[in-house]
Each structure stands twice: as C-alpha cells, then as structure tokens.
Write a protein that binds this ligand. Structure first.
Ligand code: ATP
Ligand code: MG
Length: 360
C-alpha cells in the first residue's frame, strides 16, 4: 500500500460569509480525500483571525501569525472585512500582510461560464468565455506608497499622494508567468492591460517589458490593450480573450467584472501564489465578506470550492482538481444554485450536492 500524502492546510475563515464558504470547501475537500482510498489526506488547522479577533485584541491576526503559518502546505482563506473595522486596517492587517510577507506575487483568477448559470451577457448562448486574469499581486497601485497632509494647508486644503510602484523585476516575473500559463491552454494568447497613454512611467515600463518578454514566446499570440478599452472588450468580445495580465489595481477591477459576467461574484476563484514555493500560497474566493447576506446560509460556495480546486492543482493533484470542477458543473447544471445565481438552494444544500456528485 503506497504511503498517504498528507497536505497540511491552514484555514482562515475570517469574516462574514468567509466562515460559511470555507466550511463548505473543507467539507468538499474532505469528501474528496475520503474517496481517495488513502492516496491523500488533508490535515487542517483553523485560525480564528479576522474582525472579531480585532474587536477582542486590537489586532487582525496574532503577532507571530506569519511564523505560525509559514510551514503549512497552503492557506485556505475565506474573506476579510467587516463594517465595524476600517477596510484598510482589516485588509492590511490580515490578507495583504500574508500576501506580502509570503511573497505571493501572482494572483490567478479563472473566469468561465458554468452550465445552468445565466450570464448577463446577452450573447452568452453562442460564445465561449474561458479566461484567466493574472494579477500582479505585490506592487503596482497597492504598494502602499504615499501619504496625507502634503500641503500643510490645513482643513479643507489637504493633499494626499498615492503612488504606484512598478519594478522591472516585478513586471517581468508576472508577465512571464502569464506567458507560461498561456502555453498550458487551448487558446494560446496573452492580453496585456495598462493605461500607458495617461500614465507615462510605470505603465510604459510594463509595456516595454511585455514587448521584450513576448519575443521569447513566438508561439503565443499577444495584444496590448488600454484598461478602458479592455473593460469594453470583456463585455463585447469575450471570446477574443484567454490569459489577461494586468497590474494589481486593473486586474482587481477586471476580475470582478469578469466574475459578474460569468454570473456572480460568488462563483469566482483565486490563488495567491508564491511560485518559487518558498512560502505557502493562499487560496480564496474573489468575493468579500458580504455582510448583507452573512450568517443566513445564502452564500454561494462555488468560488471557495473553485479555489480549493486551484489548491489541488498547486499540490500536484490535477486529476482531483478536474474531478472537483466536474462536480461543480454537475451541480450547477442540475440547477442546484444559490440565490445570487437565481436559485433557492442554501450553502449547505449546494455543499451536500457537491459531495453527492463526487461520490456518485
Ligand atoms: P471586498 O471589498 O472585500 O472585495 P466588496 O465590498 O466588494 O468586498 P462583497 O463582500 O464581495 O463586496 O459583496 C459584494 C456583493 O456580492 C454583495 O451584494 C454580496 O452579497 C455579493 N456576494 C459576495 N460574495 C457572495 C457569495 N459567496 N454568494 C452570494 N453573494 C455574494
Ligand atoms: Mg470587491
């Protein structure tokens, strides 16, 4: 009997619907491991960090939290943010702290249509939508550079500066990552997004690096598109895209647009990768804590489950990831849908249906 491969996963449900969707993803992953006849297993540790923890301790995570996380094989994250804590505190205190310290510089966000889910795109019946948005996750507009009170002019005259940081190394590694990803896909195309007509330093550096790297991948079709034009293209010519690589801010916005076009923010999965594997990578749905529906059993767990599939790929279990994605298609195709995608099923009902589909 071959030895069981055990993957140690740190679960951080954090805020709002994060708890509901992480519980769902864990149940589905455990069902998958249970059915593997001992081929692999998941060993979970759960961390109680987030906005409740902040209310008790004044911190979003333990002081030595990164030390506690660093030896896990992966982090499975829910969502962070709650109306009682300013967003920049909750985000920087937990999620971005992990992303930055564990050098998770590539954020991968697949977007595709699911059977049984209606897209707001009128053309949805006769088009394919199958993209991956690759987001630069370590610098750009979210580098945290700048400050307030630059003018010294007092109340009413305040000036704030928010700078974006682009390094040649940072641009090159994410652009290469996008090209390498495109090589694994049926449609071998990389679309680069900037706003280099209006932002003449960082964005132009990005464009220069893109052109240079593209020369190393003559087998891959390329285009450079301004972010405003790309927003329109997402809606008007979705079939024309495959891998879309963009800065931290632009890809953040475009991936929300993409998941809405696929049917709901609740469907979108993401992986924050440290491609060198020096630190754990983090897998999380794209959506936030959704205070408007939290605690009501209405959350769509598909984004979190899709993120679990990305985690399986990261563990070198692509067949298991495919099984999980297939189970998702079986369940949505059968019309077992949460309210955000037009159904009446609860989070638990979708979870149970996913487990049944895996066992079936
Ligand atoms: P963040 O700033 O963290 O990205 P946000 O303010 O953009 O968060 P979300 O919390 O993602 O907002 O919620 C946006 C909308 O999407 C809300 O109406 C919410 O109910 C809905 N939503 C988000 N996640 C889900 C989900 N898993 N299932 C159903 N609806 C969801
Ligand atoms: Mg958002």
């Amino acid at each position: 009997m071959p030895e069981t491969r055990t993957f140690r996963i740190a679960a951080i449900p954090a805020d709002g619907v994060g708890a509901e969707v992480v519980a769902s993803g864990r149940a589905v992953l455990d069902a998958l491991a249970h059915g593997s006849d001992g081929a692999f297993a998941f060993d979970w540790a759960e961390f109680p960090w987030g906005s409740d923890y902040y209310a008790r301790t004044g911190k979003m995570m333990a002081d030595d939290g990164l030390e506690q996380l660093k030896d896990f094989d992966a982090i499975y994250f829910g969502a962070v943010g709650w109306p009682t804590v300013p967003d920049h505190i909750s985000l920087w205190g937990l999620r971005l702290r992990i992303c930055q310290n564990f050098d998770q510089w590539a954020n991968v966000r697949p977007v595709h249509f699911l059977p049984g889910v209606t897209s707001p795109l009128r053309k949805a019946d006769d088009i394919e939508l199958d993209w991956v948005v690759v987001r630069e996750n370590s610098e750009g507009e979210y580098a945290g550079l700048g400050g307030r009170n630059f003018s010294g002019r007092g109340p009413g005259g305040e000036v704030a500066v928010q700078s974006a940081l682009f390094t040649e190394v940072g641009c090159e590694r994410i652009i290469r990552f996008a090209f390498d990803l495109a090589r694994t896909r049926t449609r071998r195309k990389v679309s680069s997004v900037t706003k280099s007509n209006a932002q003449q330093y960082g964005m132009v550096l990005w464009d220069d690096v893109f052109a240079r790297v593209a020369a190393d991948y003559p087998d891959i079709e390329t285009e450079s598109v301004l972010v405003d034009a790309m927003s329109a293209k997402f809606v008007l010519r979705p079939e024309d895209l495959s891998v879309v690589v963009a800065s931290n801010l632009h890809a953040d916005i475009l991936s929300d647009l993409g998941s809405a076009l696929a049917g709901s923010l609740g469907l979108a999965a993401s992986a924050n990768l440290n491609p060198e594997r020096r630190f754990p990578s983090m897998f999380e749905p794209v959506h936030g804590s959704a205070p408007d529906i939290a605690g009501q059993g209405l959350a769509n767990p598909i984004g979190a489950v899709g993120s679990a599939a990305l985690m399986l790929e990261h563990f070198g279990l692509p067949d298991q990831a495919a099984r999980l994605n297939k189970a998702v298609e079986t369940v949505t195709g059968a019309g077992i849908l949460t309210r955000d995608v037009g159904g009446t099923a609860t989070t638990d009902q979708v979870t149970k249906a996913l487990i049944d589909a895996l066992n079936g």
